[in-house]
Design a protein around this ligand. Sequence first.
Ligand code: NAP
Length: 253
Amino acid sequence: MSLTGKTALVTGASRGIGRAVAERLAADGARVAVHYGTNETAAKETVEVIAAAGGDAFAVPAEFGTDGAIDALYDGLVAGLDGAGLDILVNNAAIFDSADGIHDVTPEQFDRLIEVNVKAPLFLTQRVLPLIPDGGRIVNVSSGVTWFATRDIAYGMTKGALNVFTRSLARTLGPRGITVNTVSPGITETDMNTWLQEPGGAARVAAMVALGRHGQSADIADVIAFFASDEARWVTGEALETNGGLWLGPNDD
Ligand code: NAP
């Protein structure tokens, strides 16, 4: 219970990787704010699972990309923290758009991806910074698409921006002992990747991963928990690829 007495905000914690992060940080002893966009049922489930395991969590809604979302999240967070500060911020929520290749992407699609994946973490971090004490932790969830090329050009560009965000913020907040790091998942089984359930989907990924399978949300959450812990106090401005060894080389030799 290394996070006993600490608090955490995990954005996009109703489902997928964010939910696993919220569960893990709560299991480590933190009181966790479970942020979600619109899926109240899923957020309640996350809170219930944490409570059933003996942890402490509360849900906070705010749909990024809509007016007043950052203020609404801040107000819900402050109410739930009940006077406490915010020790750990995990910027995880994001959207993916499979029709955003160079031939198809529209200005509207691009704006929405930027709003949710880049503008929201930037201005949420700005808003909650006064709540984060010296020695606090910020973890941004990016993606391997910043180093391997996909056709999803706009989504990839948002994640590249997030990597730059991490390094700049780490430099700015270093004097306060606040660490800022990026965790970049590989192909992970969540609602973002329903194609993994299609015939041949999982096998196709297994063939390009050294450890021979796709990732699970808990694989990512455990690494984020490390960056959130005291053990990671001497690491800042880093990006860690967390993908089981994606495309290290051919698996058929
Ligand atoms: P997911 O299962 O689709 O869950 C997305 C989460 O973000 C949900 O909690 C959702 O809330 C929230 N969200 C979506 N749009 C939002 C909005 N407009 N405002 C506020 N919250 C919103 O996603 P995931 O696969 O766990 O991905 C988590 C992170 O990992 C993302 O940053 C993603 O880019 C990154 N990543 C994922 C993979 C992968 O293979 N899955 C790979 C690389 C990187 P609601 O439930 O309310 O909709």
